[in-house]
Design a protein around this ligand. Structure first.
Ligand SMILES: Cc1cc2nc3c(=O)[nH]c(=O)nc-3n(C[C@H](O)[C@H](O)[C@H](O)COP(=O)(O)O)c2cc1C
Length: 178
């Protein structure tokens, strides 16, 4: 079976996570296409899909939302997993421990993701922390980072992505050959 890993990125960190997921799925014996959502016209040839987007300003990127809306019918039928890349992941965060706890409590799940849970009903939605470079989030982002004990740089947890890919393989009932 061929699995689609589709992503939307503004600054590249979601692409790397998508590529990591795709490599691990391939390591486990699956045929995988990793594509920007802008490059995918049809899902007809895929047997499963993993779709992810960066979160900017509290939302998935517009092209990711458009992709899921356009392909809702197929994504509902296929086994589907979704992921978001933002300031806070399941295992790592831009912020210090107290800031992370606070943001987990205060920052609502993006509306797009809440909608996906109802429409596409992914088998799992996973959150990963991404990267942040000085000057990228504007003055308000810089202030938030300082107040919450955060740091600039790469906060991605590649091991977590690897483990999640393994769970996807198991969910598909595919052979684990690694
Ligand atoms: C302009 C901008 C807005 C952002 N807005 C949010 C946000 O609302 N919530 C959040 O948790 N992270 C936010 N982030 C952090 C991004 O989600 C993070 O940098 C992620 O790695 C971006 O992925 P990308 O490199 O694939 O674009 C923002 C970053 C930027 C640069």
């Amino acid at each position: 079976m061929t699995v689609l890993v589709a992503f939307a990125t503004a600054h590249g960190s979601t692409r790397t996570i998508a590529e990591t997921l795709a490599c691990r799925l391939a390591d486990e014996g699956l045929s995988v296409d990793v594509r920007s959502v802008n490059e995918v016209e049809s899902l007809a040839r895929y047997k499963a899909a993993v779709v992810g987007s960066a979160i900017h300003h509290g939302r998935w990127l517009p092209e990711a939302s458009e992709f899921t809306q356009l392909h809702t019918a197929m994504l509902t039928v296929l086994p589907c997993w979704t992921f978001s890349v933002s300031s806070i992941g399941e295992t790592t965060s831009f912020f210090g421990p107290t800031g992370t706890r606070l943001m987990r409590r205060l920052q609502p799940e993006p509306h797009d993701v809440t909608c996906l849970r109802v429409t596409i009903r992914p088998r799992e939605h996973r959150c990963f922390a991404g990267t942040i470079e000085r000057g990228r989030g504007g003055p308000s982002g810089a202030l938030l980072l300082t107040m919450l004990g955060g740091t600039y740089g790469d906060h991605r947890d590649i091991d977590d992505a690897t483990q999640w890919a393994h769970r996807i393989t198991q969910g598909l009932g595919a052979r684990h050959s690694a």
